[in-house]
Structure formats: structure tokens, C-alpha cells
Ligand binder design. Structure first.
Ligand SMILES: *Cc1c(COP(=O)(O)O)cnc(C)c1O
Length: 217
């Protein structure tokens, strides 16, 4: 199967209110261009340097999503062009994104990453940290960052019940947030192995890599 075929097949199964992020990390520009030619305009990368290089080389109507963990000192390399940052999980990072966005006279959209998995290694806020970030004065003063939703990753397991439990948990946190934050519209959850389940649980944005571009080394 070609990249274009994979992409169109997946797109045909997604509900119209679910956005597809084509996760192109580690893949060459030629692979991304195949997706682009097939109509894809949203690409997800997890390394800022790699994303910036691809942004420079590729058509400018692409929306670049940063889906990986972000180091504060690298925000400046994407502030000019990034369209959504998925993995924001500290006030310090929020403040740096705001500062760099201001330099470019932009408002950068971000998702807060919530820790829903069992593994200790995955980044993200717990519910308390989320509530305290959203209600802090430091956060509310910022004008150049807009939090538009939440992102999470389920435990890496074959146990569907567990994954479902974690996605459902994230959806319930999201529903709580919506009540107080009218700009919350995006719930980013679901990857190649679990996106159908994520959609059943209320995902509005899926991040799919290997099912489109093939496996990574
Ligand atoms: C790599 C990655 C994906 C895509 O994973 P696939 O299993 O290849 O679909 C999604 N989300 C994040 C945060 C990733 O790092």
C-alpha cells in the first residue's frame, strides 16, 4: 500500500469532526510530500529541529503540530510557524511559549498534556496540577498563548479495557474543563494502534504515524 492509499483509507473511516494529524517523524520530506499530494495538510513531528527543517522545505499551507516533549530552550526554533503544540505540561513552558509567541506577534495554540497512563515515563500533568495551572494568575495574564484542549497517551498495552479506561478518564477531565474554558475544543488522543477506541471515547484529534507512513526504525 502507498502512503496516499493508507491516508485516504484512514480518512474515510474517521468521523467528520475528528481531525487527523499525520505523524511524520523520522520520515523523509518525499514521504510527507506524498501525503501532501493526497490532500493532507496537518503533520505531526516530535523533534523541533526536524520539524523546522521540514517546514523550510515544504509548502507553506501545511500546519505543523509539535507532538513530542518540548524543551523550554528550543521553543524559539518553532515559535514562528508552529500551529499547535500538543505536549505542554508546565507553567514554565507555558510562559516560554508565550514569550516567544509575543516576539513573533502571534498567539500560539497549545494543548495541555495529561498523564493518564500507568507508566511513569510518560510526561504530563495530573488533575490537580491541571487545575492549579489553569487557575493561576501567572497563566491568566498571558496573552500570546491559547490553551485549546488536552492531549494524552494511554499505557502501551494490548489490554483494551485498560486503554479504554484511560481514554474515558481523559474525556471526563476534558468535559470538566469545557465547563469553565470556552476555548477548549480539542481532545487529542489515539495513535495507530488505538485510534478507533480513542474516537469511541470522545477523541476529536488522532495522531497517526506508522499506519500511514509505515514502521519507524
Ligand atoms: C509517534 C507518536 C504518535 C504516532 O504513533 P504511531 O503508533 O506511529 O501512530 C502519536 N503520538 C505521539 C505523541 C507520538 O510520539
Amino acid at each position: 500500500m502507498s502512503i496516499a492509499n493508507n491516508l485516504l483509507k484512514i480518512k474515510s473511516t474517521l468521523p467528520s469532526d475528528v481531525t487527523l494529524v499525520a505523524v511524520s517523524k523520522t520520515k523523509p520530506v518525499s514521504d510527507l510530500m506524498e501525503g501532501y499530494e493526497a490532500g493532507q495538510r496537518i503533520f505531526g513531528e516530535n523533534k523541533i529541529q526536524e520539524m523546522a527543517e521540514k517546514w523550510e522545505q515544504m509548502p507553506k499551507d501545511i500546519q505543523w503540530h509539535m507532538i513530542g516533549h518540548v524543551q523550554t530552550n528550543k521553543v524559539k526554533f518553532m515559535a514562528q510557524f508552529v500551529s499547535l503544540i500538543h505536549g505542554v505540561d508546565s507553567l514554565k513552558l507555558v510562559q516560554e511559549i508565550n514569550k516567544q509567541a509575543l516576539k513573533h506577534n502571534r498567539v500560539i495554540d497549545c494543548l495541555l498534556q495529561i498523564h493518564i497512563a500507568e507508566e511513569e515515563t510518560k510526561f504530563g500533568l495530573d488533575e490537580k496540577e491541571l487545575a492549579s495551572l489553569l487557575s493561576s494568575n501567572e497563566f491568566q495574564e498571558l496573552k500570546n498563548i491559547r490553551i485549546v484542549g488536552l492531549m494524552g497517551m494511554a499505557t502501551f498495552t494490548d489490554n483494551k479495557d485498560q486503554i479504554k479506561k484511560e481514554f474515558t478518564h481523559l474525556k471526563s477531565i476534558f468535559d470538566q474543563c469545557i465547563i469553565h474554558n470556552s476555548q477548549f475544543t480539542i481532545l487529542s488522543m489515539g495513535m495507530s494502534g488505538d485510534y478507533q477506541l480513542a474516537i469511541e471515547c470522545g477523541s476529536t484529534m488522532v495522531r497517526i504515524g506508522s499506519s500511514i507512513f509505515g514502521g519507524r526504525n
